[in-house]
Write a protein that binds this ligand. Sequence first.
Ligand code: ADP
Length: 260
Amino acid sequence: MSLTTPTSTPSAPAHRAGPLLGFHDVAMTFPDGTTALSGVDLTVSRGEFVSVVGPSGCGKSTLLRIASGLETASAGVVELATDHIGYVFQDATLLPWRDVQGNVELLAELKGRGVKARREAAATAIRLVGLAGFEKHLPKQLSGGMKMRASLARSFTLDPELFLFDEPFGALDEITRSRLNDELLKLFTEQHFAGLFITHSVAEAVYLSTKVVVMSGRPGRLVGTFDVPFPMPRDPDIRFSPEFAAVVGEVSHALKEAHS
Ligand code: ADP
């Protein structure tokens, strides 16, 4: 199964200048007193794919939840220049009684889009993620990778300018994960969204991203920023090069320093 170019692309929202997402000295202390984030400065602009690496519990999901508006920061300023946001979780969160078509239509349905508009948006998104032919399959008939494709397609129906990914491939086997990494990169270069991607895997972060940021332990702060020097579209073989290994080494070293 591979990605195909859609016959019609979702209508792109009007472009605006400046970052799509800006965190300025953002902190998050929960009502129980747990401080998950402290002094976070981060921007994500159009054309950028930013990965955040850090161990469990350092505040990565909290960062994403604040970016999506699900959570409100307790201090600092969060600027969001778009309301076209896609959010993909580690769990594909598909409704078991709905087939692929029904699941992919769900967000557009919840947004109140008419039947025809959401059918068309879903059909385009399903083609985009390479699930054409599987529209009538129920989640239990899909592999883990296919479920994640359906989850991605569901978000694509909202024409995201900014895509938030919370370890979407963390539960997949290595081969499926690698294939989905390639396909996500292809979507990124073709669809022009900005990405904020959370992962435990430094190699995945470097391969997918234009920029990788390293988070300290809780309360999470950004302790290192690495521009990834490899051009887009990215050659999959870059992963086996000494240059790639050198960048992975630098980021891994920063991560180790932050947690030793
Ligand atoms: P990560 O995604 O890096 O694993 P999280 O952002 O999920 O980390 O959580 C960061 C810290 O904040 C953890 O210690 C977690 O237990 C705590 N936390 C997350 N959500 C809440 C909440 N609603 N109330 C209290 N503590 C929370």
